[in-house]
Design a protein around this ligand. Structure first.
Ligand code: SAH
Ligand code: SF4
Ligand code: F3S
Length: 464
């Protein structure tokens, strides 16, 4: 009898990538995807705990699954990812409908855990952070038909004082360059032309190998053969990796995220400037424009240093889009600190920004700091900051009116099948009328003349 699985994913791109890997392993165990959670024999809830709002949403969903499971005896509910890592056993006690709890370092061993469960039907909690294979094995079921996530490193060593990620994802572990190139080549062979290299701090790629005397994981010439010199790999592993991926035949577009303003180098920016397929988009999280708050956040740069980096990007890659993340209401943030953030946002001229209200994460240093900012103040600051950024985004996007841009088509919009959406190399969303479905497929590169630049998107029409 056919067996079905369903995956519910929350959180960042790294989680999306992990979810594809969970799905891949279920496929290897002969499960088939179903869009209907009620039909699923195995349900995976891949969780995030970056902010309290994310957790509340997920807990609501896990609550609902109790009723789904009541109608489907024998259904296996697996809760995976960052919240599972953080709360472990406590989650299982509170939600007895959960059968398996897997922390973030079990992504590669999911198949074995399921097999064990099928034999003994015993609930299990797997949250050791020791089982850390950073090499990717097995298959994936990718969500997109043309765009592929490729993690280059896992974990984070930065311990920004507000952030839970280092506690739930463990220390930085890079994947060997051979393993990364193998996945890129395999993806291209399956028809994927867009590659996004993922890591919490991509500029740290490979530094763990250099520290641990595992240089061969960077310089295994057989894999990188002819693509890049061993010396370049040893000197600036991330920049060299970018140049190597750029040379893989068949790759059309390469993106990477996230970059840390403290660690991004001139060499990385030059690699983008000189590359063919490396896209002109930099996501560099500012977090705050106040030096005092940046220090309390343990970010390792000042507002001035951040602006220098922005200038350097604009010097080498004048057409680059630059996006960012900002937190308002970090403990102790005064009106003056917040004004400094708004000022810096004006000066940096970001294409867009993800803005967040600080959320207290227990176990992190910031959660224990005095002067937590009241909720209403945080909300007012978020509104004000979004206004500043929205005005800028609109202004930048308006300037693109009249230009013809290369757009990678994604598919018809949900609202209107005759309108397609896609992305520019700089990551901007573009909509255009597309009546002849036969003339286009997802992943295709088309030329769109921009007619209207708006705050969140561009609208245009197809030319040629
Ligand atoms: N490693 C990446 C992304 C980290 S999570 C980076 O450093 O760029 C994505 C964003 O969530 C962060 O950049 C930060 O802006 C936000 N974030 C992290 N912890 C948060 C918290 N406790 N409250 C509010 N926002 C937070
Ligand atoms: Fe969190 Fe900072 Fe690491 Fe990003 S760099 S994941 S914000 S600790
Ligand atoms: Fe969330 Fe974990 Fe990503 S906490 S943002 S899913 S690394």
């Amino acid at each position: 009898m056919a067996k079905f699985y369903h995956v519910l994913n929350y959180g960042c791109q790294m989680n999306e990538s992990d979810a594809e890997h969970y799905a891949g392993q279920l496929k290897e165990l002969d499960y088939t995807y179903t869009g209907d959670v009620r039909q699923a024999d195995v349900v995976v809830v891949n969780t995030c705990c970056i902010r309290e709002s994310a957790e509340l949403k997920i807990l609501g969903k896990i609550g609902e699954l109790k009723h789904v499971k009541a109608q489907h005896p024998g259904q296996i509910i697996c809760v995976t990812g960052c919240m599972a890592q953080k709360d472990g056993e406590a989650l299982l006690k509170k939600y007895p409908q959960i059968d398996l709890l897997l922390g973030t370092s079990y992504v590669n061993s999911f198949k074995d855990v399921i097999r064990d469960y099928l034999e003994g039907h015993r609930k299990g909690v797997y949250t050791s952070l020791e089982v850390q294979s950073s090499e990717f094995e097995g298959q994936r079921v990718r969500e997109s038909g043309f765009s592929a996530w490729v993690p280059i490193m896992y974990g984070c060593n930065n311990f920004c004082t507000y952030c839970i990620v280092p506690y739930v994802r463990g220390r930085e572990r890079s994947r060997s360059i051979a393993n990364i190139l193998e996945e890129v080549r395999a993806a291209v062979a399956e028809g994927y032309t867009e590659i996004t290299l993922l890591g919490q701090n991509v500029d740290s790629y490979g530094k763990d190998f250099l520290r641990n005397h595992e240089e061969e994981k960077l310089t295994s010439v057989t894999a990188a053969a002819g693509l890049i010199s061993d010396e370049a790999l040893r000197k600036e592993p991330f920049a060299a990796l970018l140049r190597a991926v750029d040379q893989v035949p068949g790759v059309e577009r390469i993106h990477f995220m996230s970059s840390h303003p403290r660690d991004m180098t001139e060499e990385v920016i030059k690699a983008v400037a000189e590359g063919t397929h490396l896209c002109e988009h930099f996501h560099v999280a500012l977090q705050s424009g106040s030096d005092r708050i940046l220090k309390a956040m343990n970010r390792g740069y000042t507002g001035e240093r951040f602006l220098e980096l922005i200038q350097m990007i604009r010097k080498y890659v004048p057409k680059a889009s630059i996006t960012t993340d900002i937190i308002v209401g970090f403990p102790g943030e005064t009106e003056e600190d917040f004004a400094a953030t708004c000022k810096l946002v004006e000066e940096a001229k970001f294409d867009s920004a993800f803005t967040f209200i600080y959320s207290k994460r227990s176990g992190t240093p910031a959660a224990r700091m005095d002067d937590q900012v009241p909720e209403d103040v945080k909300h007012a600051r978020l509104e004000a900051l979004m206004q500043v950024q929205n005005n800028r985004s609109l202004c930048i996007n308006r300037r693109l009116e009249g230009e013809t841009l290369e757009v990678m088509a994604e598919g018809p919009t949900e609202k209107d099948p005759d309108t397609w959406s896609g992305r520019t190399r700089t990551g901007k969303l573009v909509l255009w009328p597309q009546q002849e479905a036969a003339e286009i497929r997802p992943g295709q590169l088309v030329q769109i003349k921009i007619e209207s630049g708006q705050t969140w998107l561009l609208k245009g029409r197809r030319v040629r």
